[in-house]
Design a binder for this molecule. Structure first.
Ligand code: HEC
Length: 152
């Protein structure tokens, strides 16, 4: 009995407490080093604003996905046709930003115009960690400094 109670408390605490940091150092994404603090911040924004549809792992299977007329994009696939205007290439940060800002309202993704700039920049970087391709290939912003967005 006592064991069961301990287990319940433990499960509750790990589900609701602050998640352990996922990034212990910078990660090279699209040929550019992104600081861990930016990725941690982006992970929080993603968990709060995006995971309900795109899923915690980015595979498009979040809890709200079922209620949408169109399935949310699988962000692990590394294909961004709706962001690049149909071209099968990695998008720039500017393109990802613009896509998230505008949303894809006719397909069920809301606009995120209200997000603070730093949150937007951080989530752009974080979403690249969901698709392996960004660790394998340089993207259009390779070699430029990454956004300075820091911890929240
Ligand atoms: C209410 C559900 C919902 C939420 C919340 C949501 N999205 Fe989406 N997202 C979608 C849908 C639906 C699509 C379009 C899928 C399609 O039709 O191709 C999409 C598409 C995208 C795309 C375009 C992929 C491509 O093909 O270029 C990106 C990038 C994206 N979402 C990122 C995000 C980010 C980052 C957040 C959080 C800030 C977010 N989404 C929040 C539902 C959602």
């Amino acid at each position: 009995m006592r064991h069961a109670a301990v287990l319940v408390v433990w499960t509750w605490a790990s589900a609701c407490g602050d998640p352990a940091p996922r990034f212990s150092g910078p990660v090279v994404l699209g040929g550019r080093s992104v600081p861990a603090a930016t990725l941690e911040r982006g992970a929080k924004v993603y968990a709060l604003r995006c995971a309900s549809c795109h899923g915690p792992r980015g595979d498009g299977r979040g809890p709200s996905a079922r209620t949408l007329a169109y399935p949310p994009a699988d962000l692990t696939a590394g294909r961004y046709l709706r962001t690049t205007g149909g071209a099968d290439r990695l998008p720039s940060d500017e393109e990802l930003r613009a896509r998230i800002l505008r949303g894809i309202v006719d397909r069920g993704m809301p606009s995120f115009r209200y997000l603070p700039e730093d949150d937007l920049d951080a989530v752009v970087q974080f979403l690249k960690t969901l698709a392996p391709v960004w660790r394998q290939r340089p993207g259009p912003d390779a070699g430029t400094p990454s956004s300075p967005a820091g911890p929240k």
